[in-house]
Ligand binder design. Structure first.
Ligand SMILES: Cc1cc2nc3c(=O)[nH]c(=O)nc-3n(C[C@H](O)[C@H](O)[C@H](O)COP(=O)(O)OP(=O)(O)OC[C@H]3O[C@@H](n4cnc5c(N)ncnc54)[C@H](O)[C@@H]3O)c2cc1C
Length: 422
């Protein structure tokens, strides 16, 4: 790979997600040559993927070109490439566009969908881990209603208008709420020839309650909000099989649906070249609290792909944007200390709380010392997400979209953008 050789130590980072982007931004480029590699030329704001999938936001408003973030940055190089693995002995990284030498190597490749070995679900469901997937889901949802207009067969219509969301973590809950808003406010106007009341949204969860990682009160309130919006919630229910139409569960209920959205789990997405001992729970790379990979000199991992194993965090941190962001900044500060001969600091997560939105005026927020729900929580959720979005233009576009939807009860991007098939 063609990167200039200069008289600075080279830090190669894979992944321009929350972790990689923050590390690359904060590294002192007077002291390091920074090379950022990503298979996409943009950063994705994953917390709003569900709004793209449900026609609330256009995809470009939650993604940001990586090159633009580093416009005019000295000693910084970005390349679009897929990283296959590393050779830690030779200190090289192997990519789809050739090999590259490193002095320090940082893995920030995030997570991928975990189907827990269930092939039928992997082959037939839709997941929502990338911009492309959420755009495809948007097309599928709208296409289902277009198809439903052409069938008189009630069972077929039921399958087209039934939406099964598996996994009631924040992603599943937010998606269910947004689909319910489409059903309640948008689809009846778009499809006057269909009885939209027959559309059903089923949220299926293996745990005894929804939003299991959040407080009991948040979970109870979110349950109440979703019920009010007309979502059917099935807790203690495990989906075991899906053939593309029939959803089989371990409970008494099976469903007919053309659309099963899998939001039930993710696992780490490490690259090749690490040893078996480096990979731990959830397919994540085990690191110490300096984010170093054991036995691999000058190799670090952070964000979703890394599990910080320490006495305080035997199971690591949750896979959250806030953790990834803090780790990126922390590692940059440690690199910057290194050149000043200052002692590095161990990573300590500053938990600022978690939140999930259910719909218009409805959200739940768990802060470390304070929990609240409803309108104020919804307002806080919007403000925080707007502030975290990368790029001023994106913030403005998202704000305008939200204001428009709020005033007009509308979702403006209901386009099918799949290749046309007979
Ligand atoms: C639908 C959804 C909703 C979410 N909602 C929230 C939320 O509300 N709040 C919250 O805190 N967190 C949320 N998260 C989690 C949050 O998005 C992640 O924790 C965060 O993105 C992790 O950041 P990261 O930098 O580790 O990885 P990512 O942001 O996933 O970035 C990884 C990057 O690596 C690149 N990459 C991967 N493999 C390769 C390769 N082999 N070669 C080259 N490039 C590669 C990818 O293209 C990507 O750009 C959500 C996640 C999803 C999927």
């Amino acid at each position: 790979m063609n990167i200039p050789e200069i008289d600075l130590q080279r830090v190669v980072i894979i992944g321009g997600g929350f972790a990689g982007l923050n590390l690359a931004k904060k590294l002192n480029k007077n002291h390091y040559q920074v090379v950022l590699l990503d298979k996409n030329n943009y950063h994705t704001f994953q917390p709003l993927l569900y709004q793209v999938a449900t026609s609330g936001l256009e995809p470009d408003s939650i993604a940001y070109p990586i090159r633009r973030t580093f416009k005019n940055a000295a000693n910084f190089h970005f390349r679009v490439t897929e990283v296959y693995g590393i050779n830690a002995t030779e200190k090289t990284v192997n990519t789809s566009t050739g090999a590259l030498r490193y002095d320090y190597f940082v893995i920030a490749t995030g997570a991928k969908t975990n189907f827990f070995g269930m092939d039928s679900l992997e082959n037939n469901s839709i997941s929502m881990k990338s911009l492309v997937e959420s755009l495809d889901l948007r097309s599928k949802i709208i296409q289902n209603f277009e198809k439903a207009l052409y069938t008189k067969n009630l069972k077929e219509q039921e399958a087209l208008m039934n939406f099964i969301i598996v996994g009631a973590g924040p992603t599943g809950v937010e998606l269910a709420g947004a689909l319910a808003e489409l059903k309640n406010h948008v689809l009846p106007k778009d499809y006057p020839d269909l009885d939209i009341r027959r559309m059903k949204i089923h949220l299926v969860e293996a745990a005894p309650r929804i939003l299991a990682p959040m407080s009991e009160v948040a979970s109870k309130k979110a349950h109440e909000f979703l019920k009010k919006l007309g979502v059917h919630i099935w807790t203690n229910t495990l989906v075991t099989d899906y053939d593309g139409t029939l959803v089989t569960t371990n409970g008494k209920t099976d469903f007919y649906s053309e659309t099963l959205i899998w939001a039930a789990g993710v696992k780490g997405n490490p690259v090749e070249g690490l040893s078996e001992e480096n990979i731990t729970r959830g397919n994540r790379i085990e690191v110490n609290d300096f984010l170093e990979v054991a036995g691999k000199e000058s190799v670090f991992a952070m964000g979703d792909v890394a599990l910080v194993h320490s006495n305080d965090t035997p199971n690591g941190h949750a896979m959250l944007g806030s953790v990834a962001m803090q780790q990126g900044i922390h590692l940059a500060n440690n690199f910057n200390r290194l050149v000043l001969d200052k002692k590095r600091k161990p990573f300590v997560y500053n938990d600022k709380g978690t939140m999930a939105t259910v719909g218009r005026n409805l959200a739940v927020v768990d802060l470390p010392k304070f929990k609240f729900q409803g309108f104020f929580a919804w307002f806080v959720w919007m403000f925080v997400h707007l502030m975290l979005l990368v790029g001023f233009r994106n913030k403005v576009i998202v704000f305008i979209n939200w204001a428009w939807s709020y005033i007009r009860f509308d979702k403006g991007t209901r386009l099918i953008v799949r290749p046309y098939k007979e």
